[in-house]
Structure formats: C-alpha cells, structure tokens
Design a protein around this ligand. Structure first.
Ligand SMILES: [Zn+2]
Length: 593
C-alpha cells in the first residue's frame, strides 16, 4: 500500500466518527465521550474507528545473532502508522482532578496514553490555543506534520502557524520550525517558508533554517547575530560578548549601523559565502513524528553552522561592533564637566526597568536597592516559569518565591513518590483527604512517613543497612521540605548515629562473613553537608549542647538495633569531635569503607 492509499483510507475512517454540528464545531466521539472540536482542527486530526493493532506501535531495534556465522544484524523497527491517530474505540475517562493526571511521556502516541490522558488530549483539542502539557501539543503536531505532506498542506500550514503562535514552551518552537520549513522546501512553497520565518524569526540558528533563509535571501538580523554566540563557540571562534549584555541597546544600534554600512541592508546576508565553499554536510532528521521518519528519511544538508566563511563573517561583524561600542563609551565618559553623559537610548530590558514606575536605569541596580524615582525596593529574581531574570517589587518577589517553593515542593514529592513506588497524584489525593478529615492542612510527611517506614522495614529485613540509612536521610529531607525543624534535626542526628556505625549493604545469607556494620577507626565519618545542616538548625531551635546531646542519645536509641556495635554515648563523642574539627571537605563519605 502506497503512502497515498494509506492517507486515503484513514481520511475515510474519520468521516464515520465525526459529525459536523451547526456551531462551526464538529463533534468527535471517542470512548463513550463526545468532544466539540473546531472544524479546522477536527478536519486535521487523524481518527480511526477500527481498533489499533498493538504491533503497529512497537518501536525499537531488534538485534539478531546468526549462530552459525556469529554475525549480528540490527533491524530498526519503525512502524509508520500515525502516532497521533485517535482510535475512537479506545476508552476515555474523565479525571477527578485534571491537574493530577500524569504528564504524557516523551514521544507520545495516542494509543499509549492512559484513559485520563486521552480525555486531557481530546479536551484540549477543543481549544488548541490553550496552555497544556507540551506532550499533547506534540501529539497533535505529529498529525499536522503528516497532513503537511498531503493535499491538505494549506490548512495544515495555517494550523501549524496557529499552534506555534500559542505554544512557545520547551523544544516545540525548534521542532515546529524544522519540519514546517522542511515541508515548505519539499512542497516548493517559498511563500509559506518566508511567512513562517518572518512571523517566527529563527532563534537558535540551525542548518535547516539557515539553508531556507539563504535560499530566500533572508539575512541574519541584529537580534540573531547577537544570539549566535553558541554557534561561534562550537565553531571555535573567540569573540568578546562584554557589551552585548551590559549595553544591549547601544550594542544593537551600533550593529545595525554596521550592517547598513557594509551590506546596505538591515540584516547580514550570507547566501554568497555559502556558494563559494565546498562545505561538509550533515545528516538531518526532519520530523518530530517518528512514524514519518520511516517514510521521509533524514536528509544530508550543508553544515552551515560549521562553515568557516559563514562564521568568519559573523565574527567580523561582531568584532567591529565591539570596537565601535568601546569607542562610543570611551568618548561618552569624557564629558566636559565630568558629569555623566547619556550615552545610549534608555534600555528596556527587565533588569533595567523599574517594575513599579517604569523608570529606566543605565545599568542593572544591585538587588535590594530602592528605585531612585519612586523609592520602591527592587530585587532581582528569575521567574520559575519563563526563566527571565527581572527586577521585582517586594510583592512580586513574594509571589515569585512562593512559586519557586511550590515548584520545589512538587518536584520533591514527585521524586519521593517514585522512590516509594507510588504516584504523585495518589500522594496528593491522600494529603487532601487527610486535610479534609483533620479539618486543617495536612503535611506531606504525614502521608509519606508510613511508606518510608515500610521501606525501612524491607531494607532492615534484607540487611541492606546502607539503604536503610538512606531511608532515614530521606525522612529528614521530607521534614525539611515541610519546615518541621525539630523532626528534621532528630532524623539527621539518627543518621549521624547510623553513620558512626558504618552501615553496609549485606544480605542475611552472608552476614556471618561480612558484618552489617563496620565502624571507622578514624575520623571523620560524618558527611560535611549533614553537619552543616545540623549547625544551622541548632540556633533556630535554640538548643544548647546539653539539649543537643539528649536529643542525639534519644534519636540514636530509637534507631539502634542489635547489629550496631557503637553505643550512642561513643557515637556522641565522635560526633562532637567531628563538629569541632570542622568540615574542610575531601573526606571519604560514609559507607565507602
Ligand atoms: Zn521606580
């Protein structure tokens, strides 16, 4: 069956499962649910009412060994059934809380989504402009890549532009750019390639975009030149970035002047330098959708980002800009009366604009200073979502820090959940249930502690005392994230006591040959980071040495078992000595006997 037939067959399938309705939307029936998709979207989504064949979605490499000859052969298994195909017979389930549905995996396929993920995906397709986990955006885009290769190029191109417009996150812009430009080339549609590159100028310079740009005689803009540091570096070019970040506006202005002097245009053309060289080529995959990769294999294209004359031209333009900026700054500093001379149009970067009154600063103020125009105290913070570093007011800082904290907490709990063989969603739900029962907010430690206790019992049973020790440490982290300082300290002291004993991972059958605990004869046995954290906690809890000792002995007694040779009293002495000798690093870690 040829490519064309295949598309034809699937296109017919989709008629059976979606029925246009009067509101400019089309109803898609999947599982026992119905979804109201925009007509343009529903026309582009691949659907099938016949059940999937699981074998069609198996990917991987099969290695076969010929026993007679000893020769191995490999077979790349890349099925070409569309990964985004919505099999409408597969079940779909409405999640109780959509925010708790697990993220779809990398390289998703509709078939392999969970029932709740399918609901998430189809619900999002009702409005593909909405924010959603990137996996779903890619899944829809996979189908668009395939449509771009069919007679539906034009509507698919419009939809790809639409999708790119609304989804800036992660690697999506790069993948979208690559396949859209590749298809525009294959289909000989320079008009669409230009439209795409004009609307979304290439941010990370790459061979496909550069090749298309050179064919369209589009040059590198000042912005793109300033962002070309990565390719200059990988091409072994040294250049001075100094003023690019300290005086971006002046730098850009000088760069634009140089471009118009040298090339009589606003950008740096480069098609001419590519013509004169016999550059090396590189193998380039074109599509994000692996089920297309087997139909349209990777191509060999000119390795422009490694092409010397191209790199030389960028480097020469940037070094001339550097010298010009340096000159201008020098002459500006020589004001007649020694007063500051305004040397450049005021900057509008997030680190040089007051978020309270909009005043511009010549350079980024020190975090904690107040704005000279409005007096607001300004701090520098990096936004956890956009990763943009910006000046913020106290209120913005509080909100930003809260989001950081939430993000750290979530990733901590996600990690803990996976170590404990459970799911974030289950942990979260358990915590919410507990909060409702108690009538006050529950802590993650309340939900996770029983799970850690079970892990500890399991490790103790199998005589894996090193892992058992790590469980205790994990519990201290759990308390730390919940800001339960006293509990954290007790857990850390227990870990110190275990470390003083030198825990080993053994197993019940070899316990007579290999001891469970082998205390070190020489100091230090305590991890420096651990001691440091304890030293932070003590003053916070206002504990003196007597109180600390009592706590140490109690914590030690709580975890001690018959295999541990070092008594709590002896361990305390070792602990005090270690604290006095300080932690200058370079020690061997506990357990490395
Ligand atoms: Zn201000």
């Amino acid at each position: 069956m040829g490519l064309g037939d295949w598309f034809h067959r699937k296109a017919q399938d989709s008629i059976a499962t979606s029925i246009p309705n009067p509101a400019g939307c089309t109803t898609l029936y999947a599982g026992s649910h119905s979804f109201s998709l925009p007509e343009r979207t529903s026309a582009l989504v691949y659907t099938s009412s016949t059940p999937p064949n699981p074998d069609d979605f198996r990917t991987g490499v099969t290695i076969t060994l010929n026993v007679a000859t000893g020769v191995t052969s490999t077979d790349n298994h890349r099925p070409n059934v569309e990964r985004s195909m919505v099999f409408t017979t597969l079940p779909v389930t409405t999640p109780r809380d959509p925010s708790l549905v697990e993220k779809p995996p990398y390289w998703p396929t509709y078939v392999h989504l969970s029932e709740e993920q399918r609901w998430m995906y189809l619900t999002w397709l009702q409005n593909p402009a909405a924010a959603v986990d990137l996996g779903y955006v890619f899944l829809y885009f996979y189908g668009l890549e395939r449509r771009l290769l069919t007679s539906e190029f034009d509507p698919a191109f419009q939809e790809a532009m639409f999708l790119r417009e609304h989804h800036e996150e992660g690697s999506f812009p790069e993948f979208a750019e690559r396949s859209v430009l590749a298809v525009c080339t294959i289909r000989n549609r320079p008009d669409c390639a230009r439209k795409f590159l004009t609307r979304f100028p290439c941010v990370r310079l790459n061979n496909v975009a550069l090749l298309v740009m050179s064919r369209l005689d589009m040059g590198l803009t000042a912005e793109q030149l300033m962002g070309s540091a990565n390719i200059l570096k990988s091409g072994g070019k040294e250049f001075k970035k100094t003023y690019m970040s300290s005086h971006p506006t002046l730098y850009r202005a000088c760069l634009e002047e140089i471009l118009s002097e040298r090339f009589e245009r606003k950008d740096m053309p480069f098609a001419d330098v590519l013509d004169v060289v016999e550059g090396s080529t590189t193998e380039q995959g074109l599509f994000a959708n692996v089920s297309i990769q087997s139909l349209v294999p990777s191509v060999s294209i000119l390795n422009i980002i490694q092409c010397q004359p191209f790199l030389d031209r960028i480097a020469s333009v940037l070094s001339e800009t550097y010298e010009t900026v340096k000159e201008r700054l020098k002459s500006a500093r020589k004001g007649f009366d020694g007063s500051a001379v305004p040397i450049e149009p005021l900057l509008d970067t997030p680190t040089t604009t007051c978020p309270a009154c909009g005043a511009h600063f010549a350079r980024t103020p020190v975090s904690g200073r107040s704005c000279p125009s409005c007096g607001a105290v300004l701090r520098l913070r990096t936004d956890p979502d956009t990763h943009v570093r910006a000046l913020m007011t106290e209120a913005q800082v509080a909100a930003c820090d809260a989001r950081w904290k939430e993000r750290r907490l979530r990733s901590f709990v996600e990690n803990a959940a996976s170590c404990l063989d459970t799911k974030y969603a289950d942990v979260y739900t358990a915590k919410e249930d507990l909060s409702r029962k108690k009538g006050s907010p529950a802590l993650y430690s309340e939900v996770l502690l029983p799970l850690y206790a079970a892990k500890m019992r399991e490790h103790a049973r199998s005589m894996s005392w090193g892992l058992w020790r790590n469980d205790h440490y994990a519990v201290s982290e759990l308390y730390r994230i919940g800001e339960q300082n006293m509990d954290e300290l007790e857990a850390l002291l227990a870990v110190c006591y275990i470390d003083a004993n030198g825990p080993n991972n053994t197993d019940p059958s070899t316990v007579s040959l290999y001891p469970s605990f082998t205390p070190f004869q020489l100091l230090p046995v305590f991890a420096p980071g651990l001691l440091k954290r304890i030293r932070q906690l003590l003053p916070q809890l206002q504990l003196d040495e007597d109180a600390e000792k009592t706590l140490f002995l109690e914590s030690a007694a709580r975890v001690r078992n018959k295999y541990m040779p070092v008594s709590p009293e002896t361990a305390w002495t070792m602990f005090v000595e270690a604290q006095e000798s300080g932690d200058d690093g370079g020690h061997r870690a506990p357990g490395s006997a």
